[in-house]
Write a protein that binds this ligand. Structure first.
Ligand code: BG6
Length: 506
């Protein structure tokens, strides 16, 4: 068969390389990574010289692994029954069964890499994707190092991609950074946050820095406040075992939500080089005010869903979900009022909220501008004028809308608010994407812009640590405190209402 991967329309293909996935039989691999590789192959962005080694505990043979991948590509990647790109990919698949703690696995992996490197002419370039439980991250990296599989002294790159969660508090994140830095240089580490793989998240930068009209008003003089909502309508599904130890704060805030905060708030970088962008993001993370214990009580709200409805059907309370403790104190909702202590954002609150089993799925950044300053329209008092609101709709219904005042037709001057809407699909159509395509591709071309540096991860945890500490010391007494299918606990509304504001509802 002719090799379908040459030069893609969208750029050069990735460097020749071998991808090793630890955790090859897990959900992430079959739902996201394999479909993403398939999409990259279709767009001709995978290198022609490419191979993939899956490692997992399952003692299935290579042929069975290949057959399973073919099936997964159909089920989760939308691949057709006859699929040249799937065949191409599957011909480059190899499998190694073993325990990640077993040194022999790394000896076998080393031998397999050497032979596949020769067979597929991958120039000694390898990247390892840790799609495993987090307790294996440090162990796998240590073993890879001991087997000299991360050694770049021959001049070829060796990279390691680490999934979330990166630590479960500040101390463990620092410890993990310390351990992996014993083996790897920072430039070899790609800490993934899948939010940065989303087109609409990347578009925040493009929107801000490729349009001359917004940046001049993107500051405390014109912006009243910012709201970031990451609402999910689903509950914890089958992930109760993990989630009951994590909770909404750890699961969403130091990573996904703070990414949205930094992209919205950062200064223009001096270039789009990885470190130029990350330096600016890092400055924002360091400028977010750490809450004093008494502020946690007034500026942080937690909630847990009780039973309720989703799409008209009854759904159980969080504490009745599988693998969740019946008297769980874990929060499934969090709302915070954050302050960024710098010249651009002083006195502009950033309200953030996220939760499971909320009224609908919606991720958005809403920027509310200050009101027009004085009453000009007698029939519409100034406090009835709706302020301009710019909403970056991250998902679903990806788009951007701008609300402004317009004259309501009629003999007297009355002002109503209208929305100007841009929908991605209207302009660019919709394309099958898992959100991992760009991230995997960037690993193959060595662009770390969308990955977290050690200092960013630690700064993110420093923001939430004071809240974790207070919440641990003062367990909640009123859980469950919101109905599944609602917009969260009443205290979240009070948080913004106290400041004379309301949450923007998409
Ligand atoms: C994950 C969290 O990182 O992100 C999940 O662990 C959450 O709890 C998910 O549901 C949300 O991602 P997305 O892409 O569906 O918004």
């Amino acid at each position: 068969m002719e090799n379908p991967t040459t030069i893609g329309e969208q750029g050069r293909s990735g460097d020749p390389c071998i991808l090793v996935i630890f955790g090859a039989s897990g959900d992430l691999t079959k739902r996201k990574l394999l479909p993403a590789l398939y999409n990259l192959a279709r767009k001709k962005l995978l290198p022609a010289n490419f191979a993939l080694i899956g490692i997992a505990l399952d003692t299935i043979g290579e042929e069975a692994f290949r057959a399973r991948v073919q099936e997964d590509l159909r089920q989760f990647g939308g691949a057709p029954e006859t699929c040249e790109f799937c065949d191409w990919l599957v011909q480059r698949l190899y499998y190694l069964a073993g325990d990640f703690r077993d040194t022999n696995v790394y000896t076998q992996l080393g031998a397999l890499l050497t032979s596949l490197d020769e067979k597929h002419d991958t120039h000694g370039k390898y990247f390892y994707y840790l799609a495993t439980l987090p307790q294996f991250f440090a162990e796998i990296i240590k073993q890879l190092g001991a087997a000299r599989l991360t050694d770049e002294s021959n001049g070829e790159w060796r990279r390691v991609v680490i999934e979330k969660p990166f630590g479960n508090d500040l101390e463990s994140a620092c410890a993990l950074n310390h351990e992996i830095r014993q083996v790897l240089a920072e430039r070899q580490i790609y800490r993934i946050d899948h939010y940065l793989g989303k087109e609409t998240v990347q578009n925040i930068l493009v929107f801000r820095f490729s349009n001359g009209i917004f940046e001049p008003i993107w500051n405390r003089r014109y912006i009243d406040h910012v709201q970031i909502t990451v609402a999910e309508s689903l509950g914890v599904e089958q992930r109760g075992g993990y989630y009951d130890h994590a909770g909404a704060l750890r699961d969403m805030v130091p990573n996904h939500i703070l990414q949205l905060v930094t992209l919205t708030a950062m200064e223009p970088p001096i270039s789009f080089q990885a470190d130029a962008v990350r330096d600016e993001q890092s400055k924002i993370l360091h400028a977010i005010q750490h809450l004093a214990p008494e502020d946690v009580l007034s500026r942080a709200v937690r909630g847990q869903y009780g039973e309720g409805q989703e799409d008209g059907s009854p759904v159980p309370a969080y504490n009745a979900e599988p693998k969740v403790s019946r008297d769980s104190h874990t929060e499934t909702f969090v709302a915070l009022k954050l302050s960024i202590d710098n010249w651009r954002w002083a006195d502009v609150p950033f309200y953030i909220r996220t939760g499971k089993r909320l009224a609908k799925r919606a991720t958005e950044v809403a920027i509310q501008f200050r009101r027009a300053p004085f009453v000009l329209f007698r029939e519409t008092p100034v406090d009835h004028l709706t302020p301009n609101l710019l909403v970056l709709h991250i998902q679903p219904d990806e788009g951007i809308s701008l609300r402004f005042g317009a004259k309501i037709p009629g003999p007297i001057v009355r002002v109503g608010s209208v929305d100007m809407d841009f929908q991605y699909t209207d302009y660019f159509g919709s394309e099958a994407s898992t959100g991992y395509e760009r991230l995997l591709y960037d690993c193959m071309v060595g662009d770390a812009t969308l990955f977290q540096r050690a200092d960013m991860v630690e700064a993110g945890w420093s923001v939430v640590q004071p809240i974790l500490d207070v919440w641990k010391a003062l367990p909640p007494r009123n859980f469950p405190n919101y109905t599944a299918g609602s917009w969260g606990p009443k205290e979240a509304d009070d948080l913004v209402r106290r400041d004379g504001r309301t949450w923007h509802q998409s």
